[in-house]
Design a protein around this ligand. Structure first.
Ligand code: BES
Ligand code: MN
Ligand code: ZN
Length: 496
């Protein structure tokens, strides 16, 4: 997609479609809307009075100009009340109109940005919202049908504004880049398990590294054995696909210090292992590499925007399947950290591979850890598909992540980390830890299990089991992978 910023008269140009914001508060037309009304001989005001044209939030009304204006069509976007229009809400409104524009095959559109602004300071934020919304709604799920459906998309966007052109252009770039990172994560999640094995995931990570000059390395099974990554290897036993421990390093500072590390669960298919899942909806478990996808999406954004912070991605990847040598309930395994784990349930595999990944990240110099994982069904019971759940051992880092989520417009809610929850993990008679202490408080204990391996390194855990995947379309795109937390992680890194 192409972006251009222009100042000057949007009404003086021969354009296919222009997009104009309408506020409910503006009882009398002002500025551009007033000019349009004049050119339409007062007809616009009449339409509004007769409620044929509405300024209520997210209402889109198209009018054909029939030669009265240079532009062939104007799309009015209802924005509701000025005082209530936030970044999140204006992004939603932009998404709604972007969808209509794409559907009506308007490939080249001009936005009158200033008509959307609630005040002088809104420019940067709302320009970002605009590009993010258009980018997010442009995503199309890849299919493998013999006959591809053709879908139209907005190809060229011109933003008219009286604000500083460089500032607006920069904001558009940030918004667009955020959408690109999110869409990358969506595509990874949506890929079928046979197209997205641990080997494929590693290749995708390498593409990002090559694109932005990041360090790329991967551990193969033999090296994992030498290092003693008993937890990741144990899960991988049940699969014929070779496991991978994928590492990307983005060096935003001269020295490799103050390293912010993102650890993403890369389970490319989770059948549950011997503690096998029910068949119903098992196909959706191709999304169990959602954490890895989020981390890679964030690395894409970081590579493109180049903040001056060191960021390391660590992605443990394997399948969780069944064969004659698969991990069994009751098995005791030894993790990279030396801690032993009794595997009560082979379907609680995410925390096992993340345990080794967190220890490995620390060995590679991680100073701050954020792990992202489609970890528990329990988080969906607690928070539905609405909010990501967080667990932490560090108030300050938690605060930073919550602020980043707020800024990025993503829902995130913290779960408790009280001592008795940690005690529940020590309920094995034979090993240091029990990987499945029971249904109650399931997303808390799962998170805290990973926290055992973070030890005293500041750590935040994000459970995206409910948010990484949607069973219905949203204003921002089709059902399936959502790219949840990509923008939060990118924002966290840029603010760090
Ligand atoms: N990948 C699943 C969690 C999951 C559930 C992700 C639903 C997305 C949607 C995870 O590996 C798992 O199976 N967790 C178990 C843990 C239990 C056995 C302690 C669960 O949540 O049932
Ligand atoms: Mn599982
Ligand atoms: Zn899983």
């Amino acid at each position: 997609m192409q972006y251009k910023v222009k100042d000057g008269d949007i009404l003086g140009k021969k354009l296919g479609a222009i997009v104009v914001g309408l506020f409910e508060d503006d009882k009398k037309p002002e500025g551009l809307v007033k000019e349009i009304d004049k050119k339409l001989d007062g007809y616009l005001v009449e339409l509004v009075a007769e409620k044929q044209l509405s300024a209520s939030f997210k209402k889109v009304n198209k009018i054909h100009t029939l030669g009265k204006l240079e532009a062939k069509a104007i799309y009015f976007v209802g924005l509701g009340k000025k005082a209530e229009l936030t970044f999140d809400k204006v992004r939603e409104a932009f998404a709604v109109v972007a969808k209509v524009l794409a559907k009506e095959e308007q490939e080249e559109v001009a936005f009158a940005l200033d008509t959307f602004l609630t005040g002088e300071n809104a420019g940067e934020l709302f320009a970002k919202a605009l590009a993010e919304a258009i980018g997010l709604t442009s995503y199309r799920t890849e299919t493998y049908k013999q006959k591809k459906e053709s879908t139209s998309a907005i190809e060229k966007v011109v933003v008219y504004t009286e604000l500083n052109q460089d500032m607006v252009e920069e904001a558009l770039t940030v918004g667009y880049t955020y959408s690109a990172g999110t869409n990358l994560a969506r595509a990874l999640v949506n890929a079928p398990g046979n197209y997205m094995t641990p080997t494929d995931l590693a290749a995708k990570a390498k593409e990002i590294a090559d694109r932005y000059g990041m360090d790329y390395s991967v551990l193969e099974r033999e090296e994992m054995k030498k290092l003693g990554m008993g937890a990741l290897l144990a899960v991988a036993e049940g699969s014929d696909q070779p496991p991978k421990m994928i590492v990307l390093k983005y060096r935003g500072k001269e020295k490799w210090e103050n390293v912010l590390s993102f650890v993403g669960k890369g389970l490319t298919f989770d059948a549950g292992g011997i503690s096998i899942k029910p068949a119903l909806n098992m196909h959706e478990m191709k999304m169990d590499m959602g954490g890895a996808a989020t981390v890679l999406g964030a690395m894409e954004v970081i590579g493109a925007l180049k903040p001056d912070v060191n960021v390391m991605a660590v992605i443990p990847s394997t399948e969780n399947l069944i064969n004659g040598s698969a991990l069994k309930p009751g098995d005791v395994i030894t993790s990279l950290s030396g801690r032993t784990i009794e595997v009560r349930n082979t379907d609680a595999e995410g925390r096992l591979i993340l345990a080794d990944a967190v220890t490995y990240a620390k060995q590679l110099g991680a100073d701050y850890l954020v792990d992202v994982a489609t970890l528990t069904g329990a988080v969906i019971v607690a928070l539905a598909g609405v909010s990501t759940g967080a667990v932490t051992n560090d108030e300050e880092l938690m605060e930073d992540v919550l602020l980043a989520a707020g800024e990025a417009g993503e829902y995130l809610w913290r779960l408790p980390n009280f001592e008795p929850y940690k005690e529940m993990l020590r309920s094995s008679d034979v090993a240091d830890l029990n990987n499945s202490p029971g249904r109650e408080g399931g997303s808390i204990t799962a998170g805290l299990f990973i926290g055992e391996f973070a030890e005293d390194t500041p750590w935040v855990h994000l459970d995206i089991a409910g948010t990484a995947w949607s069973r219905s379309d949203s204003v921002f795109g089709p059902k399936g992978g959502t790219g949840a937390m990509v923008r939060t992680l990118a924002t966290l890194a840029r603010n760090f």
